[in-house]
Ligand binder design. Structure first.
Ligand SMILES: [Zn+2]
Length: 390
């Protein structure tokens, strides 16, 4: 089974179930809420529930063929679309549509292979026009095995404005406005403000809020096999967003890895390493994930202070020394100054500034401290002794 069970969201699920049972559910819904809160998972749950063969009060039963297929992302009547990267190059429209569909199927296959894979979406990924055409063409077909068809369209704000093809755009909007009988559209968006206003006005929006920390921790223990302490730690950092928690688990088993990468870039001789790293952050919204990273960077820097002060090599954190080989060659004062720069950056992040800008400034300051620190390190001291002896 590919899809993990849904944790939390009990009230919302009950409301959706009741509306569906009473046949009061609109055919076009929009799930909004923070990234990683579980909007697409809930949309798939709703699709599974609507097509389940069991009694309406027991849906989704999790036992019927329809439920099994849905859980395996193999249901022929549940169509899950999400942004994919543009294939690039000059392609005929048919070829382009084919490539985009291949990319979607590859993502689904990878997901079946590793259910917890939840990589950050590529920035060039979008719901390009050929994808919208694919959706339209599927919506015009009869369901393969169920009484209806469900479309889940994730990150719907990434639907590319279709100025070049107003007919296709209008046809899609018409689809949302008057879906074919027994067809349901569930769009999701963490940035509904960016949705095309014409879409916005055609859907009923439903808010999906994060679940609580204990539910997230329970999920991580039961489904992702984390021990209780680590589950609790990741749950706290994720802010009850299970999708974010999974990404944190997937990113590395050692939560310090992204912070160590940050410090390594600061110590690099190449400016370009720092530019590349700061460009990898989002241009807005420093509260949350980026602030968490800064906390972790500070913790790593404090460990570096300890390492640089410790004379007994057996008493130090060797994994950190392996990852930052020059850590002992830098003067403790350099590390201490570095910590104060992180504190300033954290204040800027709390004002919800721009992570790209904050990280660029921070990396430049750290580079200066850690370079000048280094020059006061053993090599420079040796050089001073030598010149003093002359
Ligand atoms: Zn079922």
């Amino acid at each position: 089974m590919t899809l993990h069970p849904v944790y939390g969201h009990e009230d919302l699920r009950r409301r959706l179930q009741e509306s569906a049972a009473a046949r009061r559910l609109p055919q076009s819904l929009l799930f909004t809420g923070p990234e990683g809160a579980g909007k697409q998972r809930l949309a798939l749950w709703l699709g599974t529930s609507l097509l389940c063969a069991a009694d309406p009060t027991e849906r989704p039963c999790g036992r019927c063929r329809s439920c099994h297929l849905a859980a395996d992302l193999q249901h022929p009547d549940i169509h899950w679309f999400f942004p994919v990267a543009s294939p690039g190059g000059s392609l005929t429209p048919e070829k382009r549509r084919e490539k985009l569909e291949d990319a979607r199927l590859e993502t689904l296959a990878a997901r079946r292979e590793n259910p917890f894979q939840s990589a950050e979406p590529d920035r060039s990924a979008a719901l390009y026009l050929p994808v919208v055409e694919e959706i339209r063409s599927r919506a015009s077909r009869r369901p393969a095995m169920s009484s209806g068809t469900v479309f889940v369209i994730g990150d719907a704000e990434r639907m590319v404005p279709q100025a070049s093809s107003p007919e296709a755009a209008n046809a899609f909007l018409k689809l949302l406005e008057e879906p074919p009988p027994d067809t349901m559209f569930v769009l999701t968006s963490s940035r509904p403000g960016l949705l095309l206003p014409t879409i916005w006005s055609r859907v009923l929006s439903v808010r999906v809020t994060p679940v609580d920390t204990s539910t997230t921790a329970r999920f991580l223990e039961a489904e992702a096999g984390l021990d209780a302490a680590r589950a609790q730690e990741v749950a706290l950092r994720s802010g009850g967003r299970i999708g974010v928690a999974l990404r944190l688990v997937e990113a590395s088993d050692d939560p310090r890895v992204p912070a160590i990468r940050f410090v390594r870039a600061a110590m690099s001789d190449r400016c370009s390493d720092r530019w590349a790293l700061s460009a990898s952050f989002a241009p807005a919204g420093a509260r949350g994930g980026f602030s968490d990273l800064l906390d972790m960077v500070e913790a790593v820097l404090r460990d570096c202070i300890t390492i640089s002060l410790e004379s007994d090599a057996s008493a130090i954190d060797t994994t950190l020394v392996e990852q930052l080989p020059r850590v002992r060659s830098i003067d403790p004062k350099g590390w201490i100054a570095a910590v104060s720069h992180v504190e300033q950056a954290r204040d800027a992040a709390l004002g919800n500034g721009n992570p790209q800008g904050i990280s660029a400034v921070l990396l430049a300051r750290l580079a200066r401290e850690l370079r000048s620190g280094q020059s006061a390190g053993p090599e420079r001291r040796r050089a001073a002794r030598v010149s003093g002896a002359l």
